[in-house]
Design a protein around this ligand. Structure first.
Ligand SMILES: NC(=O)c1ccc[n+]([C@@H]2O[C@H](COP(=O)([O-])OP(=O)(O)OC[C@H]3O[C@@H](n4cnc5c(N)ncnc54)[C@H](OP(=O)(O)O)[C@@H]3O)[C@@H](O)[C@H]2O)c1
Length: 260
């Protein structure tokens, strides 16, 4: 029965706790600066309300505070961490914060799993990039993946690729939202009711993504398969190319990486 501690039950911390709670064998410890927030989550999910340092009694302790709040948090955690006979695996979700930085803040050698989740974790369809520090054992990694499997798709990668990957999976939901909204606006301009246009846009994105993942076909091939000669779709593709669609999307990812 893995014990999962969550320090910081804000947007992402609570989304991950909800995913963990879908597995009845997981035991949750919930801590947050404003206790009411953690208490509301405890009422929803079960588990125990704890103080920050007590959440270190877990097997895995998720750090769900903003990167700027890590220093203060570790001021508080360091004494308990120093005394811990068997420290938990620290699971850091902090953007642009390396494992080395977490270890420096922790003040001692501890196993660390660095994750980069995205908002669809909230509905069990997240993409969670992750990497493990050398102290994380194969068994700890396997138990972690099993405990969190309701969150979505976990993809292990080298730490040096996480920040760039986050520009697709972390920022991508906002880019996709923009595309979906524009798709629906086009439908409204064609006379569709707004709600129908939005449902069509979202379900089309979902289906096209599933087709790409399941068939493993290159998107260019899938696009070619929809574009019959002289047909309507290729006219739409022409309009997107004229508007610089692909370049705009590439620029968005580069801008998110600070390279625009
Ligand atoms: N949101 C995303 O899409 C996303 C994606 C990937 C990674 N992340 C990462 O996830 C982390 C959290 O982001 P978020 O968007 O979930 O932020 P958030 O909604 O602001 O949540 C942060 C939570 O941390 C709590 N907190 C702050 N200092 C604390 C302390 N010293 N002890 C205990 N709890 C404390 C806050 O409590 P109060 O209620 O008192 O403010 C708040 O509930 C960040 O490191 C971010 O980089 C977020």
């Amino acid at each position: 029965m893995p014990v999962l501690g969550f320090i910081g039950t804000g947007n992402m911390g609570s989304a991950l706790a909800r995913a963990a709670a879908k597995k009845p064998e997981n035991r949750l410890l919930l801590a947050n600066r404003s206790l009411e927030k953690a208490e509301l989550l405890r009422e929803e999910l079960g588990g125990e309300l704890t103080f920050n340092a007590d959440a270190l009694a877990a097997d895995y302790t998720f750090l769900g505070v903003k990167p700027a709040g890590l220093e203060d948090l570790f001021e508080e955690l360091r004494p308990a961490l120093a005394e811990a006979e068997r420290p938990p695996v620290l699971v850091s979700m902090a953007a642009v914060t390396s494992i080395d930085r977490i270890l420096a803040l922790a003040g001692r050698e501890v196993p660390v799993i660095r994750i980069m989740p995205n908002t669809p974790v909230a509905v069990g369809r997240g993409v969670i990039l992750y990497t493990c520090s050398p102290l994380v054992t194969k068994a700890q990694e396997a138990i972690f993946l099993e405990a969190m499997s309701e969150g979505g798709r976990f993809i292990r990668t080298e730490e040096r690729l996480i920040d760039a990957g986050a520009c697709i999976s972390g920022c991508g939901p906002a880019f996709v939202d923009l595309f979906a909204e524009a798709l629906a606006d086009g439908g409204v301009a064609c006379g569709l009711p707004r709600a129908l246009a939005l449902e069509l846009a979202a379900a089309t994105l979902e289906g096209a993504a599933a087709l790409m993942l399941e068939t493993k076909k290159h998107p260019a091939q899938l696009k070619d398969e929809v574009c019959s000669p002289g047909g309507t779709t290729i006219q739409g593709v022409r309009a997107l190319e004229k508007g610089g669609f692909r370049s705009a999307v590439m620029e968005a990812v580069l801008a998110a990486r600070g390279k625009g």
